[in-house]
Ligand binder design. Sequence first.
Ligand code: F6R
Length: 610
Amino acid sequence: MCGIVGYVGNKQASKVIIDGLKRLEYRGYDSAGLATLNGTLELNKGKGKVANLEKLVGDSQHGKIGIGHTRWATHGEPNDINSHPHLSQNGKLALVHNGIIENYNTLKKKLTEQGYEFYSETDTEVIAKLIESFLDKDASSLKKAVQLALHQVTGTYGIALVHSDFPDQIIVARKGSPLLLGIGDGEMLIASDASAVAAYTDKVVYLDDGEIAVITKDDYTVESAEQVELTKEVHELALSLEEIEKGGYDHFMLKEIFEQPKALSDCLRGRINVNEGTVTLGGIESVMEQLVNANRIVIAACGTSWHSGLVGEYLFEYLAKVPVEVEYASEFRYKEQLIGEGDVMIVISQSGETADTLAALREAKERGALVLGVVNVVGSTIARETDAGVYIHAGPEIGVASTKAFTAQVTVLTLMAIRLGLEKGTIDKKHAKKLIKELSLIPSKIEEILKQTDQIQHVSNLFSYAPNFLYLGRSYSFPVALEGALKLKEISYIHAEGYPAAEMKHGPIALIDEMMPVVVIAATHHTNDKMISNIEEVKARKGRIIAITNAGNNEVADLAEFSCTIPETLDVFSPLLSVIPLQLLSYYVAVNRGCNVDQPRNLAKSVTVE
Ligand code: F6R
């Protein structure tokens, strides 16, 4: 949430920063701003997207050092005044912030009493004025003033600031919101995530909570919260520019849907041996004994990642015979905390920065559970704080609606469940071989489904009018129903509900009439008869059936008004296939309705506030 970029070097900072902000725009896009130093402070900011900021800036900012921000509003509506950067009273300091300052009202009151004036409704402006108040007492060190100010602040922050009296340095600090340094040759960058710096350098330093860094064009220093200077590890980025560009697709979402065969192949590479029927997961081998002896597994995640966790529940219980509970990470901390030693928590997160998931992880760790991560973004906070884990290797996901991360997460959970099942002896070699062979075919089966894109687009055209959608599925298809509904509502703003098919009779059936499209995911063989009964029940009430079913399932196809078939597979793998038409359906409905698919209103890709 909120994207921060900074640059110091020999280039025109505004150009580098705007370029970086465009790549971070998926983190928030209701306003944007940019401050550079060129003798004095140069500032442009305003409501709207980065393209708007680019127009505002034009050729007006020539400084070679600066900071920028793209905002997802927390405190104060998205307008010009609330846009970042925020300034000190004397106009010399500019500051950008990602996070929430919880005690901002108390601090604001104190500062107002001291004569500082506030113009915005944000919590951020308080930090700028607070730092200024320390500089007013002792102007010798900007870093010192920042440290003193942050001492008084409670809440979360990733901040970056420049000051015209300290014209060669950017100061950054983090607590709860991600920040990294990009180390260039005679230039340095700072950013909320690596995609903003990848065009300039492949060397990055990830800041940890409590750390503060002073960056100049040739050097950087990092100090801990205890003010001890640290030697930080420099990581090599494995991120190509191609991966973070649209590559000829109209939207990142469509590109990412079509990338799924490759993403899943990358995810499986080197991890399965089809002939031997084995799975190797380097990231969790060292904790296998604890996993085998786990009393239970608790999966914690949010949104789409929570849906993949629900699929994981079916997988672990079936293949490894271990009880699984799937928790909304956001609710986990508000329940009686029964997790402890002997339990395993698996946190699932594409971004690796989701604040609620991180909080659940910390809580479980503190209580002695083993915490494993299933994460996409390498080097993210969740990846670094878990005891062990498995990267999903889906490549950068930039469209706000998650697609390839879902299928790659489910793939990793499948691998983990098979690996654990083999270790525990709950599945034998023969069964494992069958599973692994079929899993290896999933990428090519997704290719087959993608060939039906025109047909799915046609169905989308017919149903784009609908104000409501219902999605129904049983067993492995139930989480897919939830995911299909979420995809549709978040990018097309159509109200959609996903239900276990049998639950329909306990309420939602009242909604069905001739206007209601009902998407039925009839993709698991063992529930087919029951799904057919549900379809009949919908039809009897004139609901319009769109079915996702296995090739050759004519009974379902004949009952449906429209159907999309997926290649034959084992029931356990059906979510990896049945979700694909649902992603395409939501994409084309949103395009037809003129919605901004990659940047849906009110949403942000990385939810770093609770
Ligand atoms: C939906 C979507 C969100 C995320 C959720 C968790 O398409 O993208 O629901 O799944 O915000 O994000 P991560 O996986 O980054 O923790």
